[in-house]
Structures are given as C-alpha cells and as structure tokens.
Design a protein around this ligand. Sequence first.
Ligand code: OAD
Length: 231
Amino acid sequence: MERPRLVILSGAGVSAESGIRTFRDSDGLWDQYRIEDVATPQAFGRDPALVLHFYDLRRTQVLNARPNAAHEAIAALEDNFTVDVVTQNIDDLHERAGSSRVLHLHGEIRKARSTRDPALVVDLPGAHLGLGDLCPLGSQLRPHIVWFGEEVPLMPRAASLVEQADVLVVVGTSLQVYPAAGLVHHAPPHCPVHLVDPGDVHMPGVRFNHWKEKAGEGMPKLAAFLRATYA
Ligand code: OAD
C-alpha cells in the first residue's frame, strides 16, 4: 500500500524553541530591524556590509541552535508517511533533525550565491560572509536568501507538492507573507489542514484543525494522532 503523503508547511515558530527568534511576535526580528534596511536587494545595493552583518548574526544563531522536539517529531513521521517539508525558514534544523526532503522557499542561511550567476550556490563553512568574498566567477557572494521584492523560484514545486498532499500540516507561521502563505489554498478539497501554533492564525476560506500549542508540544501530539489515524 502507498504511504499517505504528508506536507508540512513550516515557519519561524517551529524553530522558536530552538532559540531562533520569530519575525512578527512581540520582540520579533522585525521589531528590531526594518525590512527595507536589511532584507531587500536595494538594501544590499546601498549598504552591503550592513546586510552581510545582519545575516552573519542570523547564521551564528543557527550554528549555535539545535533541533527541538517539533523538528524531531516531523522527521520521525518519515517512518510512516511520505513527508515533504516546505519551510519558510532559512535554518537547517529540519535537516539536522533527520528530515530528508526539505524545500527552503526563502533560501538557506548556510549557503551563499554569486551576484553574477544565481545558479552558482556554494556552502558556507562558517558564520561569516563578508565584502570581498567572491564566487568562482570573481563576483561578490551574497546570502542565498530570497529578499522582499524578489521571485520565489521554488513556489511552483512547493505548490505541486501541496496539490498532491493527503494531509497538510501548517506549523509556526503567521501566514502573512505571500506567495508562501497562499500555498494552503493549493491543498486538495478533501485534504485535512492541521495547524500547530500557540497564536491565532487566520486564512480566509481555510478551515484549520487547530492544535493551539507550541510546536515542541503540539507537533509530537499531532504526529501521534496522524499515526493512529492513517498509518
Ligand atoms: P512570523 O514571525 O510571521 O510568525 C511566526 C508564527 O509562529 C506566529 O504565528 C506565532 O504565533 C508562531 N509561534 C511562535 N512561537 C511558536 C512556537 N513555540 N511554536 C509554534 N509556533 C510558534 O514567521 P513566519 O510566518 O515564518 O521571510 O514568517 C514568514 C517570513 O517572513 C519569513 O520566512 C521571513 C519573514 O520576513 C523572509 O525573510 C523572506
């Protein structure tokens, strides 16, 4: 028998209990920084050193963080389901917990890419990416991040995964950033949509089965429910 297909749509909240700050909660990252100063192509053109420093701080935080019970519960679901993780997160905590199919809609902090050829992506060995760090073609490297105002190249692949889901799980995202938030509308009509979030998340036209808890508690409970129901 084919395994049920599970798609997990994750956001900053899944990594909150690993010590990585979310963006829009009180004390979130966007309270401290202005998006237009650090997360747009224009910001990088104006003050690349500031933007690179902002992402060095993010990278340091990720390198010092460890996956939590939510990442682990998601990875363990691969024992019973075909699991695709579609994450808005730029950290690699899903992979470090053992998830094998992770699509990073907004890029990956531990990678950099050429400013001349966007297909040229390199792994970063440490926390620092600075001015003068060049790609093999000789141009400046930039963080491998999708900035505001840029295309989200992995959207079509993500949408196609959601369209084939038997169950969709939305965890730790405020669903305020498009196009990522619109992915929930790609779920097939009879696909149940579970939401794990301690806060209220609204999306017109979508009926959530809301597990109103932090991911580290709610995700293991939802995983047990999914196993009992489908596996
Ligand atoms: P947000 O900061 O907008 O939303 C975080 C969500 O996580 C909220 O719904 C919180 O209630 C929830 N949350 C907080 N703590 C939690 C916990 N312990 N367990 C579960 N949920 C918790 O983050 P995102 O929706 O991921 O993009 O933000 C989307 C995008 O906006 C990010 O990828 C980033 C940002 O600007 C870019 O930088 C391009």
